[in-house]
Design a protein around this ligand. Structure first.
Ligand code: PXG
Length: 455
């Protein structure tokens, strides 16, 4: 390819024409965009030829790693045969139908149906409408309110940003929309006080019960949560949390929505995050690892409880996207899942690389500026703290995280920081040597924080 001259100019073109998601454009344009040109395995390469270990799998999504030719070939074949057809007016395409069956085969015996979208945000909007439609069809049109959590993340559409618990997102555009309420998060390190993690897990879950009682069970449609909060900082709930949430949803007769956009497709060492925590969702949005990011696709897994109404008396559900079940994305997703199955990646995370990662990650807890380093499967959250004995936070949590993240980047490691937590979510194919490299480079960045910020 002879496009190097164009590439040398790309940062300027980008600054002139491209508005980036979640970015301060003034600051980004002054600094210049990093241009990622190619990738292989767990490594990405930028336009200056620098190589980085991507410990974040793109954006929590490239579960099978980069460079899978068979996914490209599956998409190419499908594009030649049938690049597009819809599933609106009594038609479908082979990949869409076979993908729904394939997803259901890994989701247990209650979640047998899938509604396709193009992203996790669209999946959020989809289940949100479905939950209200469900109760209305059952003769309870007053059950419309939805409870979510502070610091949760469910996407960037109006419903997604409303359901998410991100204050800065709410401040832009008068969000949340009506009918959405937030309760606390199970973030023991920051909010647990003198309670044990187990006690705090129960307390955090019981905020749901109190909120339902405040609103009235006859008004609440659903509760939504990520198995482990991802963008919020890999907040791993105490073991007592999820069973109590499931108990409350059942007792109060509200739908339990488990957002599987990050935790689905092997990240926690099970096909879905709810399987790790032993709870049964009524609705479960999926995206990301469904296609490992090779093409955009998402969806909602629908339990028999809700589906029986949808395929029963409901009539039309007036909802859908031009590209719901896009055949090329579905073909790529089918090949992606075939790889996960054939290479036993879910089992690998549960029995082999997950435990190896957990031990390596945990070893960072001996570092002076690490409060805790927890993980489940290949999802790790590390709490920065200037004084672990008192679980003290840095005075400027964002600055501490960015300092560590930038040091990692300068040394060829891509990590994400959420305030004062460092997050890892590598491809499920990462090797032991590559896990060691992540931990070594992160340790050097932690040294840098220790030596730079004295509090
Ligand atoms: N639910 C969850 C749990 C997510 O993590 C979405 C829904 C929305 O998916 P889409 O495909 O519409 O982006 C997400 C997305 C970050 C980051 O910085 C996280 C996400 C997206 C962008 C950035 O951690 N998660």
């Amino acid at each position: 390819m002879n496009d190097k001259p164009a590439l040398s100019n790309l940062a300027a073109i980008d600054a002139a024409h491209h508005l980036h998601p979640f970015s301060d454009m003034k600051e980004l344009n002054a600094r210049g965009t990093r241009i990622i040109e190619r990738a292989e395995g767990v490594f990405i390469y930028d336009s200056t030829g620098r190589k980085y270990l991507d410990a974040f799998a793109g954006l929590w999504c490239v579960n099978v790693g980069y460079g899978r030719k068979s996914i490209a070939e599956a998409a190419y074949r499908q594009m030649q045969e049938l690049p597009y057809y819809n599933s609106f007016f009594g038609t479908t395409t082979p990949p869409a139908t076979l993908l729904a069956q394939k997803i259901a085969s890994h989701a247990g015996d209650r979640l047998k149906r899938v509604f396709f979208t193009n992203s996790g945000s669209e999946a959020t909007d989809t289940w949100f409408r479905m939950a209200r439609v469900y109760w209305k069809a059952l003769g309870k049109p007053g059950k419309t309110e939805v409870i979510a959590r502070r610091n949760g993340y469910h996407g960037s559409t109006v419903a997604g940003a409303s359901l998410g618990g991100m204050k800065l997102m709410h401040e832009q555009g008068n969000l949340p929309i009506e009918g959405i309420h937030h309760i606390g998060q199970p973030y023991w390190y920051a909010e647990g006080g003198d309670l044990s993690p187990a006690e705090f897990g129960l307390k955090a879950a019981r905020e749901l019960e109190a909120k339902i009682e405040e609103l009235g069970d006859d008004r609440v449609a659903a509760f939504v949560a990520e198995p482990i909060q991802g963008a919020g900082g890999v907040i791993i709930p105490p073991e007592t949390y999820w069973p109590e949430i499931a108990r409350i949803c059942k007792a109060k007769n509200i739908l339990l929505v488990v957002d599987e956009v990050i935790c689905g497709f092997g990240r926690l060492g099970e096909w879905f995050g709810h399987q790790h925590y032993g709870v049964e969702p009524d609705l479960a949005p999926i995206a990301k690892g469904l296609s490992s990011g090779y093409l955009p696709i998402g969806g909602v897994l629908v339990s028999d409880r809700v589906a029986d109404v949808m395929v029963g008396e409901l009539g039309d559900f007036y909802h859908g996207f031009t590209y719901s079940g896009h055949p090329v994305s579905a073909a790529a997703a089918l090949e992606n899942i075939r790889i996960i199955e054939e290479e036993g990646l879910v089992e690998r995370v549960r029995d082999d690389i997950g435990p190896y990662f957990a031990k390596a990650w945990k070893s960072l807890e001996d570092h002076a500026v690490v409060g805790e380093a927890e993980s489940v499967g290949l999802m790790g959250g590390l709490q920065l703290s200037p004084d672990k004995a008192t679980r003290r936070r840095y005075a400027k949590p964002d600055d501490a995280g960015i300092l560590v993240r930038n040091h990692c980047l300068e040394n060829g490691l891509v990590m994400r920081a959420t305030a004062d937590r460092m997050l890892a979510s590598p491809a499920l194919t990462i090797s032991r040597a590559e896990v060691d490299e992540v931990v070594e480079k992160l340790r050097k960045a932690l040294d840098h924080l220790r030596d730079t910020v004295k509090e």
